[in-house]
Design a protein around this ligand. Structure first.
Ligand code: AKB
Length: 321
Protein backbone atom coordinates (compact mmCIF):
# COMPACT_ATOMS: atom_id res chain seq x y z
CA UNK A 1 0.00 0.00 0.00
CA UNK A 2 1.47 3.32 -1.05
CA UNK A 3 -1.47 5.69 -1.49
CA UNK A 4 -4.45 4.86 0.69
CA UNK A 5 -8.02 6.15 0.50
CA UNK A 6 -10.19 5.70 3.61
CA UNK A 7 -13.86 6.11 2.69
CA UNK A 8 -16.23 6.74 5.59
CA UNK A 9 -13.25 8.14 7.49
CA UNK A 10 -15.30 10.10 10.04
CA UNK A 11 -16.72 6.99 11.75
CA UNK A 12 -15.50 5.07 14.80
CA UNK A 13 -12.81 3.08 12.96
CA UNK A 14 -11.83 5.62 10.28
CA UNK A 15 -11.16 8.44 12.70
CA UNK A 16 -8.38 6.34 14.27
CA UNK A 17 -7.31 4.35 11.21
CA UNK A 18 -6.38 7.50 9.25
CA UNK A 19 -3.88 8.83 11.86
CA UNK A 20 -2.56 5.27 12.35
CA UNK A 21 -1.88 4.93 8.60
CA UNK A 22 -0.39 8.44 8.48
CA UNK A 23 2.23 7.40 11.06
CA UNK A 24 3.17 4.33 9.00
CA UNK A 25 2.80 5.51 5.39
CA UNK A 26 3.22 9.31 5.71
CA UNK A 27 0.56 12.00 6.07
CA UNK A 28 0.50 12.88 2.37
CA UNK A 29 -0.12 9.23 1.41
CA UNK A 30 -3.38 8.80 3.31
CA UNK A 31 -6.53 10.46 1.97
CA UNK A 32 -9.56 10.67 4.28
CA UNK A 33 -12.97 10.89 2.61
CA UNK A 34 -16.43 11.29 4.08
CA UNK A 35 -19.81 12.62 3.06
CA UNK A 36 -18.99 15.94 4.74
CA UNK A 37 -16.29 17.13 7.07
CA UNK A 38 -18.58 17.91 10.05
CA UNK A 39 -17.69 14.64 11.77
CA UNK A 40 -14.03 14.74 10.78
CA UNK A 41 -12.61 18.24 11.17
CA UNK A 42 -9.62 16.67 12.97
CA UNK A 43 -8.91 14.61 9.84
CA UNK A 44 -9.49 17.48 7.41
CA UNK A 45 -7.10 19.70 9.38
CA UNK A 46 -4.33 17.11 9.58
CA UNK A 47 -3.97 15.68 6.08
CA UNK A 48 -5.59 15.31 2.66
CA UNK A 49 -9.40 15.25 2.94
CA UNK A 50 -12.08 14.87 0.25
CA UNK A 51 -15.84 15.19 0.52
CA UNK A 52 -17.35 12.04 -0.94
CA UNK A 53 -20.76 10.43 -0.99
CA UNK A 54 -19.62 6.86 -1.67
CA UNK A 55 -22.75 6.30 -3.78
CA UNK A 56 -21.51 8.95 -6.23
CA UNK A 57 -19.25 6.81 -8.42
CA UNK A 58 -18.03 9.64 -10.68
CA UNK A 59 -16.82 11.68 -7.71
CA UNK A 60 -15.28 8.52 -6.16
CA UNK A 61 -13.33 7.88 -9.41
CA UNK A 62 -12.22 11.52 -9.56
CA UNK A 63 -10.64 11.19 -6.09
CA UNK A 64 -8.96 7.84 -6.85
CA UNK A 65 -7.46 9.29 -10.04
CA UNK A 66 -6.45 12.63 -8.48
CA UNK A 67 -4.51 10.98 -5.63
CA UNK A 68 -3.29 7.94 -7.62
CA UNK A 69 -4.81 5.65 -4.98
CA UNK A 70 -3.65 2.00 -4.82
CA UNK A 71 -5.55 0.81 -1.72
CA UNK A 72 -9.14 1.52 -0.67
CA UNK A 73 -10.57 1.04 2.81
CA UNK A 74 -14.34 1.10 2.46
CA UNK A 75 -15.71 1.75 5.95
CA UNK A 76 -19.14 3.03 4.91
CA UNK A 77 -21.91 1.18 6.77
CA UNK A 78 -25.10 1.55 8.75
CA UNK A 79 -24.59 -0.69 11.81
CA UNK A 80 -26.76 -3.56 13.00
CA UNK A 81 -29.38 -1.96 15.28
CA UNK A 82 -29.75 1.14 13.11
CA UNK A 83 -30.05 -1.04 10.01
CA UNK A 84 -33.13 -2.76 11.49
CA UNK A 85 -34.91 0.64 11.67
CA UNK A 86 -34.74 1.01 7.89
CA UNK A 87 -33.50 -2.16 6.19
CA UNK A 88 -34.01 -0.91 2.62
CA UNK A 89 -31.88 2.18 3.31
CA UNK A 90 -29.22 0.05 5.03
CA UNK A 91 -28.97 -2.19 1.95
CA UNK A 92 -28.81 0.83 -0.35
CA UNK A 93 -25.94 2.44 1.61
CA UNK A 94 -23.95 -0.65 2.62
CA UNK A 95 -24.13 -2.46 -0.70
CA UNK A 96 -24.11 0.72 -2.82
CA UNK A 97 -20.82 1.86 -1.26
CA UNK A 98 -19.39 -1.65 -1.48
CA UNK A 99 -20.23 -2.14 -5.17
CA UNK A 100 -18.75 1.23 -6.11
CA UNK A 101 -15.62 0.43 -4.09
CA UNK A 102 -15.19 -3.00 -5.70
CA UNK A 103 -15.82 -1.72 -9.21
CA UNK A 104 -13.38 1.16 -8.75
CA UNK A 105 -10.81 -1.24 -7.24
CA UNK A 106 -11.22 -3.41 -10.35
CA UNK A 107 -11.03 -0.55 -12.85
CA UNK A 108 -8.14 1.30 -11.16
CA UNK A 109 -6.24 -1.75 -9.87
CA UNK A 110 -6.50 -0.96 -6.17
CA UNK A 111 -6.32 -3.36 -3.25
CA UNK A 112 -9.50 -3.20 -1.18
CA UNK A 113 -10.43 -3.80 2.45
CA UNK A 114 -14.09 -3.80 3.55
CA UNK A 115 -14.71 -4.96 7.11
CA UNK A 116 -17.10 -7.81 7.77
CA UNK A 117 -18.40 -8.49 11.27
CA UNK A 118 -19.53 -11.03 13.84
CA UNK A 119 -22.91 -9.88 12.47
CA UNK A 120 -22.32 -12.09 9.43
CA UNK A 121 -23.25 -15.09 11.60
CA UNK A 122 -26.77 -16.04 12.68
CA UNK A 123 -28.63 -18.38 15.01
CA UNK A 124 -27.93 -21.41 12.81
CA UNK A 125 -24.14 -20.88 13.08
CA UNK A 126 -22.34 -22.66 15.94
CA UNK A 127 -22.22 -19.83 18.50
CA UNK A 128 -19.40 -21.24 20.67
CA UNK A 129 -15.91 -21.34 19.17
CA UNK A 130 -17.54 -20.28 15.87
CA UNK A 131 -15.42 -21.75 13.05
CA UNK A 132 -13.92 -19.76 10.20
CA UNK A 133 -15.91 -21.71 7.63
CA UNK A 134 -19.42 -22.58 8.74
CA UNK A 135 -23.14 -21.94 8.17
CA UNK A 136 -23.77 -18.20 7.70
CA UNK A 137 -27.43 -17.23 7.65
CA UNK A 138 -27.65 -13.91 9.51
CA UNK A 139 -30.96 -12.60 10.86
CA UNK A 140 -30.29 -8.87 10.28
CA UNK A 141 -30.04 -6.73 7.15
CA UNK A 142 -26.59 -5.66 8.39
CA UNK A 143 -25.47 -9.29 8.50
CA UNK A 144 -26.99 -9.99 5.10
CA UNK A 145 -24.96 -7.07 3.70
CA UNK A 146 -21.82 -8.42 5.40
CA UNK A 147 -22.21 -11.94 3.96
CA UNK A 148 -22.93 -10.41 0.55
CA UNK A 149 -19.78 -8.31 0.92
CA UNK A 150 -17.68 -11.34 1.80
CA UNK A 151 -18.97 -13.27 -1.22
CA UNK A 152 -18.48 -10.30 -3.54
CA UNK A 153 -14.94 -9.73 -2.23
CA UNK A 154 -13.99 -13.33 -3.02
CA UNK A 155 -15.81 -13.13 -6.36
CA UNK A 156 -13.85 -10.01 -7.40
CA UNK A 157 -10.63 -11.72 -6.34
CA UNK A 158 -11.25 -14.96 -8.25
CA UNK A 159 -12.96 -13.43 -11.27
CA UNK A 160 -10.92 -10.23 -11.74
CA UNK A 161 -7.82 -10.65 -9.58
CA UNK A 162 -8.79 -7.75 -7.29
CA UNK A 163 -6.71 -7.93 -4.10
CA UNK A 164 -9.72 -7.95 -1.76
CA UNK A 165 -9.15 -8.86 1.92
CA UNK A 166 -11.28 -8.53 5.02
CA UNK A 167 -11.78 -9.41 8.67
CA UNK A 168 -14.91 -10.16 10.68
CA UNK A 169 -14.58 -7.52 13.36
CA UNK A 170 -16.09 -8.11 16.78
CA UNK A 171 -17.43 -5.17 18.80
CA UNK A 172 -14.72 -2.50 18.78
CA UNK A 173 -14.07 -0.49 21.92
CA UNK A 174 -12.49 2.93 21.51
CA UNK A 175 -12.23 6.42 22.95
CA UNK A 176 -11.95 8.86 20.03
CA UNK A 177 -15.24 8.66 18.10
CA UNK A 178 -18.34 6.99 19.53
CA UNK A 179 -19.88 4.21 17.47
CA UNK A 180 -23.52 4.72 16.53
CA UNK A 181 -26.35 2.29 15.94
CA UNK A 182 -24.47 -0.92 16.77
CA UNK A 183 -25.38 -3.76 19.13
CA UNK A 184 -21.94 -3.84 20.77
CA UNK A 185 -21.91 -0.05 21.39
CA UNK A 186 -22.80 -0.66 25.04
CA UNK A 187 -19.23 -1.82 25.70
CA UNK A 188 -17.99 1.65 24.70
CA UNK A 189 -20.78 3.67 26.30
CA UNK A 190 -20.31 1.94 29.67
CA UNK A 191 -16.90 3.60 30.10
CA UNK A 192 -18.31 7.06 29.34
CA UNK A 193 -21.19 6.37 31.77
CA UNK A 194 -18.69 5.32 34.45
CA UNK A 195 -16.58 8.46 34.08
CA UNK A 196 -19.40 10.96 33.57
CA UNK A 197 -22.13 9.65 35.91
CA UNK A 198 -20.60 6.71 37.79
CA UNK A 199 -23.50 4.62 36.45
CA UNK A 200 -24.75 2.92 33.30
CA UNK A 201 -28.03 1.48 32.04
CA UNK A 202 -27.21 -1.57 29.94
CA UNK A 203 -29.40 -2.44 26.90
CA UNK A 204 -28.02 -6.00 26.62
CA UNK A 205 -29.04 -8.61 29.22
CA UNK A 206 -26.59 -10.07 31.73
CA UNK A 207 -25.11 -13.33 30.50
CA UNK A 208 -24.94 -12.28 26.82
CA UNK A 209 -21.41 -13.03 25.65
CA UNK A 210 -20.01 -11.25 22.58
CA UNK A 211 -16.57 -11.01 21.00
CA UNK A 212 -14.84 -7.67 21.52
CA UNK A 213 -11.57 -5.94 20.68
CA UNK A 214 -9.76 -2.76 21.73
CA UNK A 215 -9.17 -0.31 18.87
CA UNK A 216 -5.34 -0.55 18.79
CA UNK A 217 -5.63 -4.27 17.98
CA UNK A 218 -8.23 -3.52 15.27
CA UNK A 219 -5.90 -0.96 13.65
CA UNK A 220 -2.98 -3.40 13.69
CA UNK A 221 -5.19 -6.07 12.13
CA UNK A 222 -5.97 -3.80 9.15
CA UNK A 223 -2.28 -3.16 8.47
CA UNK A 224 -1.13 -6.72 9.14
CA UNK A 225 -3.72 -8.33 6.89
CA UNK A 226 -3.24 -5.89 4.02
CA UNK A 227 0.56 -6.25 4.23
CA UNK A 228 0.42 -10.06 4.54
CA UNK A 229 2.13 -12.23 1.93
CA UNK A 230 -0.73 -13.13 -0.46
CA UNK A 231 0.74 -16.59 -1.09
CA UNK A 232 0.09 -17.46 2.58
CA UNK A 233 -3.60 -16.53 2.46
CA UNK A 234 -5.90 -19.50 2.07
CA UNK A 235 -8.86 -17.30 3.03
CA UNK A 236 -9.52 -13.69 2.08
CA UNK A 237 -13.08 -12.56 2.74
CA UNK A 238 -13.30 -12.70 5.66
CA UNK A 239 -11.13 -13.79 8.60
CA UNK A 240 -12.57 -14.35 12.09
CA UNK A 241 -10.56 -12.21 14.53
CA UNK A 242 -11.21 -11.64 18.20
CA UNK A 243 -9.37 -10.43 21.30
CA UNK A 244 -11.76 -11.13 24.17
CA UNK A 245 -15.29 -12.29 24.91
CA UNK A 246 -17.33 -11.03 27.86
CA UNK A 247 -20.87 -10.43 29.08
CA UNK A 248 -22.11 -7.14 30.64
CA UNK A 249 -21.45 -8.17 34.27
CA UNK A 250 -17.81 -8.87 33.49
CA UNK A 251 -17.10 -5.46 31.97
CA UNK A 252 -19.05 -3.80 34.82
CA UNK A 253 -16.95 -5.75 37.36
CA UNK A 254 -13.73 -4.71 35.62
CA UNK A 255 -14.83 -1.07 35.98
CA UNK A 256 -15.99 -1.58 39.59
CA UNK A 257 -12.54 -2.97 40.51
CA UNK A 258 -11.16 0.46 39.61
CA UNK A 259 -14.21 2.57 40.56
CA UNK A 260 -15.97 0.85 43.51
CA UNK A 261 -18.94 3.30 43.41
CA UNK A 262 -19.85 2.45 39.78
CA UNK A 263 -23.33 0.92 39.38
CA UNK A 264 -25.05 -0.77 36.44
CA UNK A 265 -28.76 -1.48 35.92
CA UNK A 266 -30.55 -2.99 32.91
CA UNK A 267 -33.18 -1.68 30.50
CA UNK A 268 -33.03 -4.34 27.80
CA UNK A 269 -33.58 -3.23 24.19
CA UNK A 270 -35.44 -6.17 22.55
CA UNK A 271 -33.98 -5.48 19.09
CA UNK A 272 -30.41 -5.41 20.39
CA UNK A 273 -31.07 -8.48 22.55
CA UNK A 274 -32.34 -10.47 19.56
CA UNK A 275 -29.33 -9.39 17.49
CA UNK A 276 -26.83 -10.18 20.26
CA UNK A 277 -28.43 -13.59 20.82
CA UNK A 278 -27.91 -14.44 17.14
CA UNK A 279 -24.17 -13.58 17.20
CA UNK A 280 -21.26 -15.78 18.34
CA UNK A 281 -20.36 -16.00 22.02
CA UNK A 282 -16.76 -16.35 20.90
CA UNK A 283 -15.19 -17.01 17.54
CA UNK A 284 -12.34 -19.28 16.59
CA UNK A 285 -9.70 -17.08 14.93
CA UNK A 286 -7.03 -19.75 14.35
CA UNK A 287 -7.01 -19.22 10.54
CA UNK A 288 -6.04 -15.54 10.96
CA UNK A 289 -3.38 -16.58 13.49
CA UNK A 290 -1.95 -19.17 11.11
CA UNK A 291 -2.24 -17.35 7.78
CA UNK A 292 -1.07 -13.83 8.75
CA UNK A 293 0.10 -14.09 12.38
CA UNK A 294 -2.88 -12.34 13.95
CA UNK A 295 -2.32 -11.93 17.69
CA UNK A 296 -4.18 -9.39 19.84
CA UNK A 297 -2.30 -7.51 22.57
CA UNK A 298 -5.15 -6.18 24.71
CA UNK A 299 -7.50 -7.93 27.14
CA UNK A 300 -10.41 -6.75 29.31
CA UNK A 301 -8.15 -5.70 32.21
CA UNK A 302 -5.53 -3.76 30.25
CA UNK A 303 -8.20 -2.20 28.05
CA UNK A 304 -10.24 -1.08 31.07
CA UNK A 305 -7.17 0.61 32.61
CA UNK A 306 -6.53 2.46 29.36
CA UNK A 307 -10.16 3.41 28.60
CA UNK A 308 -10.77 4.82 32.10
CA UNK A 309 -7.49 6.74 32.01
CA UNK A 310 -8.08 8.32 28.58
CA UNK A 311 -11.78 9.10 29.04
CA UNK A 312 -11.05 10.33 32.59
CA UNK A 313 -8.45 12.76 31.27
CA UNK A 314 -10.82 14.06 28.60
CA UNK A 315 -13.53 14.52 31.22
CA UNK A 316 -11.14 16.41 33.53
CA UNK A 317 -10.29 18.76 30.65
CA UNK A 318 -13.99 19.34 29.88
CA UNK A 319 -13.68 17.69 26.46
CA UNK A 320 -16.66 15.31 26.80
CA UNK A 321 -20.13 16.37 25.70
C1 AKB B 1 -22.51 -3.63 15.56
O1 AKB B 1 -22.73 -3.86 16.75
O2 AKB B 1 -23.40 -3.49 14.71
C2 AKB B 1 -21.07 -3.56 15.12
C3 AKB B 1 -20.55 -4.89 14.72
C4 AKB B 1 -20.17 -5.88 15.74
O3 AKB B 1 -20.43 -5.17 13.56
N1 AKB B 1 -20.26 -2.99 16.16
Amino acid sequence: MKKILVVGAGGQIGSELVPHFQKIYGVENVVAADINCNSCTHLAENGPFEELDALNKDRYIEIVKKHKIDAIFNLVALLSAKGEKNPQFAWQINIGALMNSLEIAREYKCAIFTPSSIGAFGTSSPLDNTPQDTVMRPNTIYGICKVTGELLGDYYFHRYGVDARSVRFPGIISNVTLPGGGTTDYAVEIYYGAIQQKKFVCPIPAGTYLDMMYMPDALNACVQLMEADPSKLKHRNSFNITAMSFEPEQIANAIRKRMPDFTMTYDVDPVKKAIADSWPNYMNDSCAREEWNWKPKWNLETMTDDMLKIIGEKHAKGLLK
